[in-house]
Write a protein that binds this ligand. Structure first.
Ligand SMILES: NC(=O)c1ccc[n+]([C@@H]2O[C@H](COP(=O)([O-])OP(=O)(O)OC[C@H]3O[C@@H](n4cnc5c(N)ncnc54)[C@H](OP(=O)(O)O)[C@@H]3O)[C@@H](O)[C@H]2O)c1
Length: 334
């Protein structure tokens, strides 16, 4: 089958378009024709061998897929041929077909296209798990969202607003800031200005925020710790700055604050222990929460652009140059 192929660890835009064997069918699985594949910052780490998970090479990168079921194993009960499903897979998304355990194939909600379902599955899943399940953000609290024009940041803004929180959001282009404002952020800051601590303290009457959503790491993490209210929770989501910060934990004691991690991939089997079966109730709960957000019209998944498979390098430029507002999506059938 046609695929973007990673044979050696290398930057995403140096990969080649090529052929890989069609994946074999197995018990409990469905075969899907992949209609859309989400590519993100993290995909670029995977193909360089810099991600916590290292697929066996050669492989097709891409873990967020939406597609049509074209074959079901005899023992499958959750899906049927022609269903439109979304799934986080181990790898193999930038190809025409994938074989997926039925337990991780979720029906795309009514009214959502294959392309628009990509951010729902991945970015919104991450932010819902982080803000609702981990940080337990409440109405009336204040949240600081970094990388707010990007995939996970934008979804965090919308989910926080739906909860009833006040949102302070940082983004790096006027186009991103406009969209973040439209989606309800109360205060929007330019992230190209590296200093935000004093502004955030001013906006919160000197108290600081209750929750920080941090997909960036580096100095952003350190400054964020210094504009949090007592009882505040900092969610460490990723390290798009390229710097994984180190922390002297005495600061947590002195300020009565918490740093907490959230990894959506854990719910889908991306840890050495592969807990996808055990964590089915948790995954189902988040997916039900996302369906509800969509059904109530509380969210508007934002697609920056779509690209046919052969234009994966053009797609990558949107991510690398930090211009994508929302998500970029690869179309393996085109
Ligand atoms: N924990 C989880 O389960 C989970 C799930 C999904 C993603 N993630 C992680 O979250 C992070 C963001 O993912 P995403 O899909 O939202 O990516 P994205 O759409 O590319 O957005 C990332 C944002 O980070 C900022 N950024 C990018 N490079 C930067 C740099 N060198 N220095 C400072 N800021 C930079 C940009 O914001 P501005 O330029 O506008 O400031 C960009 O909009 C990644 O590290 C990813 O691995 C974690």
């Amino acid at each position: 089958m046609r695929a973007v192929v990673c044979r050696e660890w290398m930057p995403f835009d140096e990969l080649e378009l090529g052929e890989l064997p069609v994946p074999e069918m197995r018990a409990g699985a469905v075969r899907i024709r992949i209609d859309a594949c989400g590519i993100s910052f993290a995909t670029g780490l995977v193909v360089q061998g810099k991600y916590q998970r290292k697929p066996p090479r050669p492989f097709a990168p891409g873990t967020e897929v939406v597609g049509t079921v074209i074959e079901c194993a005899d023992d499958v009960s959750r899906c049927k041929v022609s269903d439109l499903v979304m799934a986080f897979i181990d790898w193999g998304g930038s190809a025409t077909e994938a074989v997926v355990w039925e337990g991780q194939a979720y029906q795309v909600p009514e009214g959502l296209s294959a392309v628009d379902a990509i951010p729902l599955l991945s970015s919104y899943g991450t932010s819902y798990g982080a803000l609702v399940e981990r940080a337990e953000l409440k109405a009336g609290q204040t949240v600081l969202v970094h990388g707010a024009g990007g995939g996970v940041g934008l979804s965090a803004v919308e989910i926080a607003k739906d909860i009833g929180a006040t949102v302070i959001a940082r983004a790096g282009t006027e186009e991103k800031r406009d969209w973040v404002r439209q989606r309800g952020a109360d205060h929007v800051l330019d992230s190209r200005d590296p200093d935000f601590r004093d502004t955030v303290l001013d906006l919160t009457d000197g108290r600081g925020v209750d929750v920080v959503y941090d997909p960036l790491g580096g100095d952003v993490f350190h400054q964020s710790l210094r504009c949090m209210d007592m009882g505040g929770r900092l969610l460490t989501i990723g390290y798009a700055s390229g710097d994984i910060p180190q922390l002297g934990i005495n600061l947590l004691l002195l300020k009565n604050i918490t740093v907490m991690g959230f990894n959506w991939g854990t719910y889908w089997g991306w840890t050495p222990a592969d807990e996808r079966v055990r964590l089915t109730p948790e995954r189902d709960r988040v997916m039900a929460g996302l369906n509800d957000l969509w059904a109530r019209g509380a969210i508007q998944p934002k697609i920056h652009a779509t690209y046919p498979l052969a234009q994966f390098r053009e797609l990558w430029a949107d991510i690398k140059e930090r211009r994508a507002v929302g998500r970029v999506v690869l179309l393996p059938q085109e």
